[in-house]
Write a protein that binds this ligand. Sequence first.
Ligand SMILES: Cc1ncc(COP(=O)(O)O)c(C=O)c1O
Length: 457
Amino acid sequence: MVVRVEDIAPAVREAEYAVRGPIVTRAQELERQGREVVYCNIGNPQALRQRPLTFVRQVLALSEYPDLLERSPKGTFPADAVETARLVVRESQHGLGAYTEAKGMRFVREAVARFIEERDGISSDPEAVYLTDGASKAAQTVLRLLVADARDGILVPVPQYPLYSATLTLYGGARVDYPLEEGTGWSLSRAALERACERARARGVRVRGIVVINPGNPTGAVLDEKNVEMVLSLAREQGMAVLADEVYQENVYRPGDRFVSFARVAEKLGIRDVSLFSFHSVSKGFLGECGHRGGYVECRNVPGPVQDEITKLQSISLCSNSVGQVVTYLMVRPPRPGAPSFELYDRERREILDGLRRKAEIVARGLDAVEGISCNEVAGAMYAFPRITLPKGVTDSEYCLALLEETGICVVPGSGFGQAEGTWHFRTTILPPVDQIEAVVRKLAEFHVSFGRRRRG
Ligand SMILES: Cc1ncc(COP(=O)(O)O)c(C=O)c1O
């Protein structure tokens, strides 16, 4: 039989993922026709000329092709890159072409646990760490555990990153929206969360978990410790698990703001009765190694039998990719001060983060200054989510398509992330290189003004 689209599972057809939706398809068509397209639709730093960190690529090259360890003339690679690659080859036992343990290689999980311990001053168990193909797979695994049918609800922010809405549709769960308050810098309020829980209960939905994205995508907001405490105490009261999406933990730009992990606050409060799943990734921060698909979930207050089920889920697809696991190792075990690679690593890291900080400001300020656009400060992550005033009858999708056709700039309509009724937005990354970003913002501004004028007639 030939499978027709009508024959496939309805949930697959219904799942939407705007970040790679129809506007991106059109952008690719334009590019094939020879148009220059600036892809601001997705947080994919190396696609926008961010260079990989030298140390990461040196270790990967040596680990993938260990002959280089013997054959390279002395001094080709720094001693710590060689030493790290030797450790990878030794610890991976059969080399990177073999399946790994389903949870991921033990030495990487141990390094992740040590990283969490050093970051937060708490203890972490390598057996509660699972290495995954990016944070996406980690989030999907946890949602798979929590959602049996449409009566199982997960609290998801509005606006949110569409991994969550799409996966809930795929798994047949109920999405329970909670609004972030745009007027106060996309803040999170207990009252809004409580109202969302009440409404879910009134429609027969049992809220099993809450997703918190910190720093926020697409909002760029960074939560403070009080916010994190509030979510944990609410989770306790409402009997929910917490899914802490912390993939942007290195991307905090606003002076005075700092990343506070859910794990740290949960330990500080001595919370033992809330299951916490924390996600991290090699795709963001300053590595930007999206294509290598590395990430992890750390589980806290998750009983052994539940962890066994996670191991089983991982086993069903055998293991996450081995190179992604090695990049995860390098993320959590960077060169230490004094090591031969440290200086270069540190300079590359600072250049990337300083560039992102500057671009965050250029984008937010530049867009906010345009009549008919208001944009909150980009305190963290890699995106701006400006609010736009549109002529009556025009949607954000039409606006983004016209922007693409006229300027070659590819952004995502706010409807792909969720937005308050009656408001329109788009999401753009702040990732184009510093020498392009001013031009991108200027073109966006000129387009906005001329679009409004033409459509109003
Ligand atoms: C909030 C958030 N979570 C998770 C991911 C998934 O990242 P990856 O699967 O590449 O680790 C992204 C990617 O953009 C994201 O923005």
